[in-house]
Design a protein around this ligand. Structure first.
Ligand code: F6R
Length: 370
């Protein structure tokens, strides 16, 4: 049941500390090394793969996009992310050396099932990342890494998404461990950081919710919202836009911030609401400075800039109409935190418009037709 919350979605957003914690639980041995009992694929096969292809749809595909940044960095294996329905019908290059990662909350999404079947016919091994025990996708895969988010009732995915992202990290770290990685110290740090994520999400829920609620109410009549991000903030931007479309029926787009000047900046007009996901200042390759200059660019053209940034980041203030701070974490783990205010924003905006956030129009919880 809703456990005192006004909607399943509200409850499920608040379930996220637990969903993340439970997905991490029991996956480390006594020395703190990752041990994934359920990984029923021969270690030698996993060592020999030369490409990973994530197949998924919608929000699950955005989890895959986050996985790409993490797994390529930790494992040095190329990762492609494919919408399952596009993968299946374009004669993709897959073989025995390809590892397919099929991500699905329900395990019953027909597009993803068809992609899994096709890949296995070509000799590829398939790992499912799934939230529904015994559903079709895990049954048809070689191995399964279950997310332990608990049942997700609201049509729009929230806690399943964060758990999928966590499972992707676990898979990447496991492969890195298996293949003898060059980033041992960084990986140890990431594992430690992962354990602190549930309490950090809780902090966003406890301390940040009212601010986002206010923001949502003030923007109830907005006609369009743009979301910008770079690196792992890019899939977060797309997820934020998808949530807003689904729940509030508002036109929204997520862009890679670097792509702005290649076209989308033409959309910026006086008062356009732009939500920007800013990477940590401690992150690599001056990404932070690049995003700051993207904020300046849209601000100079009249945009109303709402910034999601890491606590302590004072540089963003000057160019932001409003800053929503989230706790510090490693660059690659940031989506587990930055997504949360965007979920709340979409939910509260839809609620302000009097819409049913659990059952948005035209959508089904699982899409069992192609
Ligand atoms: C968005 C949403 C959908 C699903 C997609 C895949 O909020 O819920 O985009 O993520 O339909 O569903 P699963 O994960 O069940 O395969």
């Amino acid at each position: 049941e809703k456990g005192g919350f006004s909607s399943f979605m509200d409850k499920e957003i608040h379930d996220q500390p637990q969903a993340v914690g439970d997905t991490l639980l029991g996956r480390f041995d006594t020395e703190g090394k990752l041990s994934l009992d359920e990984m029923h694929i021969d270690e030698n096969v996993l060592k020999s793969i030369d490409k990973i292809v994530v197949v998924a749809c919608g929000t699950a595909a955005y989890a895959g996009q986050v996985a790409k940044y993490a797994i390529e960095h930790w494992c040095r294996i190329p990762v492609e992310v494919e919408l399952a329905h596009e993968f299946r019908y374009r004669d993709p290059v897959v073989n025995e050396k390809t590892l397919i990662v099929a991500i699905s909350q329900s395990g019953e999404t027909m597009d993803t099932i068809m992609a899994v079947r096709h890949a296995r016919q070509q000799g590829a091994k398939v790992i499912a990342i799934c939230n529904t025990f015994g559903s079709t996708i895990p049954r048809e895969s070689d191995a399964v890494l279950y997310t332990h988010a608990g049942p997700e009732i609201a049509v729009a995915s929230t806690k399943a998404f964060l758990s999928q992202v966590v499972a992707c990290y676990l898979l990447g770290l496991y492969l890195a461990q298996l293949r003898g990685n060059k980033f041992r110290d960084e990986i140890a740090l990431i594992l430690k950081d992962l354990q602190t994520i549930p309490e950090k999400i809780q902090r966003i829920l406890d301390e940040g919710k009212d601010q986002v609620l206010g923001l949502a109410r003030r923007n109830e009549d907005v006609g369009s919202v743009l979301f910008l991000g770079r690196h792992v903030g890019y899939p977060v931007a797309m997820e934020g836009a998808l949530k807003l479309k689904e729940l509030a029926y508002i036109h929204a787009e997520g862009f890679a911030a670097g792509e702005l000047k290649h076209g989308p900046i033409a959309l910026i007009d006086d008062g356009q609401l732009v939500i920007i996901v800013v990477p940590s200042k401690r992150g690599r390759d001056s990404l932070h400075a690049k995003v700051i200059s993207n904020i300046q660019e849209v601000r100079a053209r009249g945009a109303n800039t709402v910034v999601i940034a890491e606590e302590g980041d004072e540089d963003v203030r000057e160019f932001a109409s409003e800053v929503i701070y989230v706790p510090e974490t490693s660059t690659l783990l940031a989506p587990l935190l930055t997504t949360v205010p965007l979920q709340i924003f979409a939910m509260e905006l839809a609620t302000a418009k009097g819409l049913d956030v659990d059952q948005p129009r035209n959508l089904a919880k699982s899409v069992t037709v192609e």
